[in-house]
Design a protein around this ligand. Structure first.
Ligand SMILES: C[C@H](O)[C@H](O)[C@@H](O)[C@@H](O)C(=O)O
Ligand SMILES: [Mg+2]
Length: 394
């Protein structure tokens, strides 16, 4: 059977939610006084949009094969990512076979090593990689989880991230991860408020429902240690991304200081097997949380996951819609997944990358049957009502 080749790669940008899920309007829980590394500047404390969390927008990568199949994927990257796809990465894809995924990844990574390695460039490589896996699935008429070696479970279970863990409990999720609202710049008063919020939620959900804090890189080691120890009486299950991503030393120390039984987690802003090797070998965390649209794509997440497995660490990918669902289904060390509550009041389940992906499955009663992921590729199509703009060509 002749293997189709790649005819053309196209990069588009989209605004308004979707893969750049922080790109929301006013009144959304995800932009309501959340603690961030910019919290030291009062003018940037109320809203993450004020300092540019949504400045990039969504990158859409489309890859057309010689047999007419088109694979696509979305991730966070916008115009600068589109430039990198069109002006740099496309040369490694066009003319290659749709099966040359490993070689293309290696060429994309090594050709951008002088300006990439993490952040936007790896987001961009991830977007191309996800589109390649979507294309291969469409050519072979198989869902991605089957291309990855098949599922190890018939059902995924989810915890919910959002401002209302009490509502998430009623919706059937296995836990609720809350954004931390106050950072070190708000002193003891802020620390007290954080713990009061946790105490209130514990009161509402009872003793067994998982409650977690997401600290979004915003703390220092001393504050994180005091928060973790203060949260012990409220049964905090894990403290997430307490420190800046590069402070491997701080994470290792926090993990030594944290109360027995409380997990330390991080990784959504980490990239490649080398970044996760640092987290694992320095004993930084109990769970790594790579985002498959930011860490290097499925091709790289396979390597990261195997490394984590050898270290007995769990891999619970940061919420990235179908791109993480297909992966989690196939990994024995990924026993549950994240679902980001994208409804403004976190009071209903809406597709995580709404409105960009038609056919995007959502958990029902906090679960998702594998049968919901049985369409070729990642099983979604681009919403034709989304106005695609192609800023660059090649
Ligand atoms: C809720 C957090 O502040 C982030 O917005 C969230 O996207 C991420 O950290 C997560 O783990 O879901
Ligand atoms: Mg997080």
């Amino acid at each position: 059977m002749s293997i189709p080749t790649i005819k053309q790669v196209r990069a588009f940008v989209l605004r308004g939610g979707g893969a750049d899920y922080h790109d929301q309007g006013d009144g959304h829980w995800i932009d309501d006084h959340i603690s961030t590394p910019m919290g030291k500047y009062p003018e940037y404390r109320q809203s993450r949009r004020s300092f540019g969390i949504n400045v990039l927008g969504t990158l859409v990568v489309e890859i057309e094969a010689s047999d007419g199949n088109v694979g696509f994927a979305v991730t966070t990257g916008g115009e600068p990512a589109a430039y990198i796809v069109e002006k740099h990465l496309a040369r490694f894809l066009e003319g290659a076979r749709v099966t040359d995924i490993e070689r293309i990844w290696d060429q994309m990574y090594n050709s951008t090593l002088y300006y990439g390695r993490k952040g936007l460039v790896i987001n961009t490589i991830s977007g191309v990689d996800l589109a390649l896996w979507d294309l291969l699935g469409k050519v072979r008429r198989e869902p991605v989880h089957q291309l990855l070696g098949g599922a190890v479970r018939d059902e995924l279970q989810f915890y919910a991230t959002g401002a209302r863990p009490d509502l998430a409990q009623k919706m059937g999720f296995i836990g609720g991860k809350m954004p931390l609202h106050h950072g070190p710049s708000e002193g003891e008063e802020g620390l007290k408020k954080n713990l009061e919020e946790l105490a209130t939620m514990r009161e509402r959900v009872g003793p067994d429902f998982w409650l977690m804090f997401d600290c979004w890189m915003s703390l220092d080691l001393n504050y994180a240690t005091r928060l973790a120890r203060g949260a012990r009486e409220y049964g905090l299950k894990w403290i997430e991304e307490a420190l800046p991503p590069d402070d491997y030393w701080g994470y290792a120390e926090l993990r030594r200081n944290a109360p027995t039984g409380m997990m330390v987690t991080t990784g959504e802003h980490e990239a490649t097997r080398w970044g996760f090797r640092m987290l694992l070998e320095m004993g930084c965390c109990d769970i790594i949380q790579p985002d498959v649209g930011w860490c290097g794509g499925v091709t790289e997440l396979l390597k990261i996951s195997a490394l984590a497995d050898a270290h007995n660490a769990l891999v619970v990918p940061h919420g990235s819609s179908v791109y993480s669902y297909h992966f989690v289904a196939t990994r024995q060390n990924s026993p549950f997944a994240e679902f980001l509550m994208m409804a403004p009041k976190a009071d209903q389940v809406v597709p995580m990358f709404h409105p960009q992906l038609l056919g995007e499955p959502v958990p029902e009663n906090g679960r998702m049957r594998l049968s919901r992921l049985d369409q070729p590729g990642f099983g979604v199509t681009l919403n034709p009502e989304c106005q695609l703009h192609r800023p660059y060509t090649h």
